[in-house]
Design a protein around this ligand. Structure first.
Ligand SMILES: [Zn+2]
Length: 161
């Protein structure tokens, strides 16, 4: 599955439904751009959930079994994506949002997680990373926070504790 429909990825023109998703910020221009490239690589055989620009690099979130296909033979596809975006790109896979959070944070350990339900019905997630593990993180906390909040569609607070 791609963030946009296969026909849109193939024709590089958004249908009314994909256009609406883009307008409502359910998907981003980056998702659209990568979807179009991904369709060229795999003809719809594999896809991704979401792409997040974290500043100095881009993370493509996908199902575990699709990681290798996205990267392509000898890293060919990934190289093309990086050239098109002009940024380093990491492909990360997990079968659920929860697993993705652990993948992003590992090998550092999560000390605790909690959910805070606000009066307006929105949810705030709080993830506490073991402070002794700070130097084990593969990326800075700000980047992790951005990826996780995109993934779970909720505000996320990540702290060392
Ligand atoms: Zn569409």
């Amino acid at each position: 599955m791609l963030p946009i429909c296969n026909i849109c990825a193939k024709t590089k023109t958004l249908c009314a439904s994909c256009e609406k998703k883009l307008k409502n910020e359910e998907i981003s221009d980056l998702d659209v751009k990568i979807s179009e490239m991904m369709y060229d690589f795999g003809k719809g055989e594999f896809g991704f959930e979401k792409a997040v620009d974290v500043g100095n690099f881009v993370v493509i979130l996908t199902q575990k079994e699709d990681i290798g296909k996205i990267i392509g033979p000898g890293g060919e596809n990934l190289r093309k994506i990086e050239e098109a975006l002009g940024k380093l790109t990491k492909v990360m896979g997990a079968s659920s949002a929860e697993e993705m959070i652990y993948t992003l944070i590992s090998p550092a350990n999560i000390a605790s997680t909690s959910k805070l339900y606000r009066a307006d019905g929105t949810v705030m997630r709080k993830i506490t990373i073991n402070k002794n593990d700070a130097d084990k993180l593969k990326m800075d906390i700000h980047s992790i926070k951005k990826i996780v909040s995109n993934l779970v569609h909720a505000d996320v607070e990540i702290i060392l504790g």
